[in-house]
Design a protein around this ligand. Structure first.
Ligand code: FAD
Ligand code: UDP
Length: 367
């Protein structure tokens, strides 16, 4: 055996576990089917701007150990995500906070906002929310659901809000202060110079190859390593024996504009369904850039089709049931570990992927 571990995928999961295993003296090889390392956090330098090629990535966490871990490899800036949302010609602050409530209802105090929401959530008559629509109404009432959630969510997921799991909307904070910070976490920022320096530092001194699809020569790769760590789509690994899992994919449309400042914010959400895209990202604002040009990206959600990249697992009841069968199969594979957003089929953010990779490495190393 040439290597102790073959790691399939150079995203955050693959890169963190590669670093941890190497650090412990194991021999590791990483293969990656894309033409670059980094998975979805990869950035490309365009006009001196770090363009988040696979969508806006803001690192945020409450996990001190994870924060300290990533800070060992790169410095983070003080960027705080405060998206705004355009709905029927009006701009609203996100997440749902006193600025949003004031703009929508003219209320000024937290008590007034709460009274408004209480009045609107009474339509549920105390019923425990069982889907995204009911969860949204229970959190912020029908007006906000109709103005800022329904159309965006149905574009993003291609499904009716009543057919989507409640947890998706619970990702967003609801707060009764005038605070537009999109996250509640203690730590937040963007690596200075974008995400590539983080991935490069994690993989420093580790053998890797890009433009290699594991499945093209699976037997060869398996024979080279004692164990495989797989971070691709779990249903693909098992040849879809229990059927295909649903994923949402995205098309990204990048444009270079002859403007210093296109939209005045890194993230502007477009709620109305008349726009086929969900948001426009203006990348320079992640790093307070003052370049002469600007690069923007429109994000068009779509159902995954053969040849697309996998981006979002659809964790509804039907898919979770199918996933639980794959999970059982994965647990029985003694030579293969499964990790990351695609292999664990979980709507993980970056910090959760780092945590999961560290835990997997520790378990593997008997720590
Ligand atoms: P990935 O980054 O998907 O890496 C998996 C890698 O495996 C890929 O490079 C893939 O090419 C490779 N691979 C797959 N199959 C094979 C194969 N057969 N052979 C070889 N290589 C293979 N998280 C946040 O914390 N904050 C955010 O603001 C945020 N924004 C996001 C915005 C968008 C649009 C998306 C899609 C995600 C966002 N995330 C965000 C989530 C974040 O991207 C993920 O949590 C994290 O990047 C997942 O890392 P991973 O290693 O599990 O997967
Ligand atoms: N969402 C919404 N309106 C918005 C922003 C988000 O309804 O303006 C909902 C939508 O269902 C989305 C979910 O909240 O899928 C989570 O949003 P987040 O910004 O966390 O999504 P991500 O960045 O992972 O795409």
């Amino acid at each position: 055996m040439k290597y102790d571990y073959l790691i399939v995928g150079s995203g955050l999961f693959g890169s963190v576990i590669a670093r941890e295993l190497t650090q412990a003296g194991k021999s590791v090889k990483v293969i990656e089917k894309r033409s670059h390392i980094g998975g979805n956090v990869y950035c490309e330098d365009i006009e001196g701007i770090n363009v988040h090629k696979y969508g806006a990535h803001i690192f945020h966490t409450n996990d001190v150990e994870v924060w300290e871990y990533v800070n060992k490899f790169v410095e983070f800036n003080r960027y705080t995500n405060s998206p705004v949302a355009l709905s029927k010609g009006q701009m609203y602050n996100l997440p749902f906070n006193m600025n949003t409530f004031n703009k929508l209802w003219g209320v000024v105090t937290p008590d007034q906002a709460l009274a408004k929401i209480d009045e609107q959530r009474s339509e549920l008559r105390g019923k425990k929310p069982t889907n995204l629509e009911e969860q949204a109404i229970s959190l912020v009432g029908r007006d906000i659901f109709e103005t800022l959630i329904k159309e965006y969510t149905e574009k993003q997921w291609g499904r009716n809000c009543r057919d989507l799991p409640a947890f998706i909307i619970k990702r967003l904070p609801v707060r009764f202060t005038y605070d537009n910070n999109y996250f509640n976490d203690k730590f937040q920022g963007i690596p200075v110079g974008g995400y590539n320096p983080l991935i490069e530092a994690l993989l420093e001194g580790i053998e890797y190859e890009t433009e290699v699809d594991y499945f093209d020569e699976k037997n060869k790769w398996d024979s080279l390593a004692r164990k495989v760590i797989y971070t691709g789509a779990v249903d693909r690994y098992f040849n879809y024996v229990h059927g295909k899992l649903d994923y949402r994919s995205l098309n990204f449309e990048h444009d270079i504009l002859d403007s210093t400042n296109f939209q005045g914010n890194a993230v502007v959400n477009y709620i109305d369904k008349e726009y086929a895209f969900t948001r426009i990202i203006e990348h320079k604002h992640f790093e307070f850039g003052v370049q002469e040009k600007t690069v923007i990206t429109k994000e068009y959600p779509k159902e995954f089709e053969e040849g697309d990249e996998y981006y979002y697992p659809v964790n509804d009841t039907v898919n979770n049931r199918i996933y639980s069968k794959y999970k059982k199969m994965a647990e029985q594979e003694s030579k293969v570990l499964f990790g990351g957003r695609l292999a664990e089929y979980k709507y993980f953010d970056m910090h959760q992927v780092v945590r999961s990779a560290l835990n997997t490495a520790n378990k593997e190393l008997g720590k």
